[in-house]
Design a protein. Structure first.
Length: 414
């Protein structure tokens, strides 16, 4: 904005010079009779001068006005880009936290599963020593315990990876105790159609594309302004001590005020090419806007589908966990009376573990999907989430620098 607004302001240039000048003149004196006489002067003189020129443009085909509006569009587009980055950071933060929460829960499930398998192996060995089961049952229990320990090692690795990703995204180490997270569906539209409508209007990507259309529109007007006449006022003043033409002149003061009208007639066709180029770019930006809206609609639809799938998955996995618990208890009772084998107990234990892991994963997907929907409609922000943090306001910096006429320091003092 200060760059664009500088077109309204005058431009002043100061000059100063010092010249060591040697002057020699021979003048023929006027005579009426007799031989001609001459006067010769010579000598060195230091000529110094100082001056200033001020130029003010009054008319330039509204190029300054259009550059100012174009700069405003660029500022607004940059703010929407900031919103996009903000949404990405917040979504990454929610995802990193939920991944850590999920992997911590899975790690505890795998540890508990190893403990259960160790107990099962001891009981199987005792029954083998009593002659109730065969060596095959013991081998099956040992195999499942080895598999459980392998899964535990994988879970520990995933948990360590999630902690590292949490540190990278959040910026601080993960806390020792993690609180359960809740979805943010209350902040999103209630229907898919409402979510699509909001996303096509409020998403920062769409707004950025819209402002880019405005910027390209003003660029066409700026290019067309090159064909318009330019009216300027030029004032100058110059004071000179000494003269390069006469040793007798001691001082000279020269001041002028000039009105200059410049009318472009033909510059080889470059200005016409610039206009055509700007119009083609404008057409491209309009296509970008349509593409951005379609992309947002697709993203919202995909996120909405993932959210609905996560909700259904939670309901299904909860029923699966409940059924697996009942099945495991029944298989254990039947195994005590000899109606089930050790392998049946191990399979039922594994089924319950898988169901609980699936439930934990579905709960994680449910929360992340709710944040994804909120980001897809362009509403994932600290203000809407109600975060207790200091929110960056770009208007503060904008007002600090917008009307600055001079100065090289930025607002933070650099």
């Amino acid at each position: 904005m200060p760059t664009a607004l500088s077109g309204y302001r005058p431009r002043a240039t100061g000059t100063a010079s010092v010249t060591e000048n040697y002057l020699e003149t021979l003048i023929k004196n006027p005579v009426t009779t007799g031989p001609a006489t001459y006067t010769k002067t010579q000598g060195a003189v230091a000529v110094s001068s100082a001056g200033m020129t001020v130029t003010q443009t009054f008319l330039n085909g509204f190029q300054t006005a259009n550059r100012t509006r174009q700069a405003e569009g660029q500022v607004f587009a940059a703010r929407e880009t900031l919103r996009t980055t903000e949404q990405t950071v917040l979504l990454n933060a929610a995802t990193a936290y939920m991944n850590l929460l999920r992997d911590a829960a899975i790690l505890e499930l795998q540890r508990s599963n190893v403990n259960v398998l160790e107990v099962t192996l001891r009981q199987t060995r005792d029954r083998f020593n009593a002659g109730e089961v065969t060596r095959t049952d013991v081998a099956q229990a040992e195999s499942r315990l080895a598999q459980g320990r392998s899964q535990l090692a994988v879970a520990e690795s995933n948990f360590i990876t999630s902690k590292a990703q949490y540190l990278q995204v959040i910026g601080v180490p993960a806390p020792a105790r993690l609180a359960a997270a809740t979805p943010v569906d209350r902040l999103s539209p209630r229907t898919l159609a409402g979510a699509i409508d909001r996303g096509r209007v409020e998403h920062p990507t769409v707004n950025t594309a819209q402002y880019n259309v405005d910027v390209a529109t003003h660029q066409v007007k700026i290019a067309e302004g090159a064909l318009a006449p330019t009216l300027s006022a030029i004032g100058s003043v110059n004071k000179q001590y000494g003269s390069t033409t006469s040793l007798a002149v001691l001082e000279t003061l020269n001041a002028s005020l000039q009105a200059q009208l410049s009318v472009p007639i033909y510059q080889g066709g470059a200005e016409y090419a610039a206009i055509r180029q700007a119009k083609e770019t404008l057409g491209q930006r309009r296509l970008d806007l349509d593409t951005a809206r379609d992309q947002v609609q697709a993203t919202v639809t995909q996120a909405w589908g993932q959210l609905e799938a996560a909700k259904a998955s939670i309901t299904a996995t909860q029923a699966q966990v409940a059924a697996s618990e009942i099945a495991l208890n029944g298989v254990r009772e039947e195994a005590r009376v000899g109606q089930r084998t050790t392998l049946d107990v191990l399979n039922a234990t594994q089924d319950l573990l898988n169901a609980r892991v699936a439930l934990v994963t579905a709960q994680r997907d449910r929360v992340v999907a709710s944040y994804t929907v909120l980001a897809a409609v362009g509403s994932l922000s600290p203000q809407i989430l109600g975060l207790g943090i200091q929110v960056y306001d770009p208007m503060v910096h904008y007002q600090q620098v917008r009307d600055a006429w001079a100065g090289v320091r930025v607002p933070d003092g650099r």
